[in-house]
Design a protein around this ligand. Structure first.
Ligand code: HEC
Length: 133
């Protein structure tokens, strides 16, 4: 008779339950989509970093203050005429649309990069809002 088998079994099923709860939380888009995850957004922003920085113009314009900023308005950056004259203001909704497909929003833009996943976009926008003020 192994008297230890019962508590061991209970322990392992308890951690199984915890693991399932954790997986359910991570995988639930409804919960996470309400507010973007800044830390995750920071990791995802590394993909933008091939062309952008928060503080300097590079291949793309700097992102300092981008949330709420008028499109095409960073001094010293050579925008496409289409983006410069678009009249867009970078609200969170417009950033979401932009990141889903820049060419769908501004056909002649020279940003060729999109973020197909809605949660990724929400996280990146949360990061920009918090860290690129
Ligand atoms: C391959 C290079 C490249 C990558 C990667 C890239 N961008 Fe861009 N981005 C550009 C270029 C170039 C422009 C200028 C577009 C124009 O003038 O039409 C731009 C413009 C923008 C603008 C408009 C800024 C303004 O001042 O009006 C935003 C916002 C933006 N990018 C966000 C992002 C985000 C967020 C990511 C990462 C998810 C990203 N970009 C990834 C090249 C890139």
């Amino acid at each position: 008779m192994n008297v230890r088998s019962t508590p061991a079994l209970q322990r392992s099923s308890a951690s199984l339950v915890l693991a399932s709860v954790a997986i359910a939380l991570v995988c639930s888009p409804g919960l996470a989509r309400a507010t973007g995850d800044v830390a995750r957004g920071e990791r995802l922003y590394k993909g933008c970093g091939d062309c952008h920085s928060i503080t300097e113009n590079r291949v793309g314009p700097m992102h300092k203050g981008v949330v709420g900023r008028k499109a095409g308005s960073v001094p010293g950056y050579d925008y496409s005429a289409d983006l410069k004259n678009s009249g867009i203001v970078w609200t969170e909704d417009n950033l979401d649309k932009w990141l889903a497909g820049p060419q769908a929003m501004v056909p002649e833009t020279k940003m060729f990069f999109d973020v197909p996943d809605a949660q990724d976009r929400a996280d990146i926008i949360a990061f920009l809002k918090e860290k690129a003020r």
